[in-house]
Design a protein. Structure first.
Length: 89
């Protein structure tokens, strides 16, 4: 799992049926120890109603993502699995 900050959203006019009803959010990794934003971004499938500005936990592993969706054939690799309320440093 990766601690991330949601920095944007992705708009798609056509989606695979498995993705319908889910938002696609742009996530930027954050160093858990310092809170520093790291380089690189990823697009995660929102399963927890997160939004821009939220700190989230992202799972970037296909099998886990498909298990969360309950579909072993879903074309998904990265999901937002939790909204983080607080990080104690």
């Amino acid at each position: 799992m990766t601690l991330c900050k949601v920095v944007g959203s992705v708009t798609s006019t056509v989606k695979h049926p498995v993705l319908v009803g889910h938002k696609l959010l742009v996530c930027q990794p954050v160093d858990a120890a310092t809170g520093t934003v790291l380089t690189g971004r990823m697009v995660g499938l929102d399963t927890v109603q997160a939004g821009v500005g939220d700190t989230v936990l992202v799972i970037d592993e296909g099998n886990a993502a498909r298990r969360i969706l309950g579909d072993s054939r879903a074309p998904v690799r990265t999901v937002i699995a939790a909204i983080v309320d607080e990080v104690k440093r």
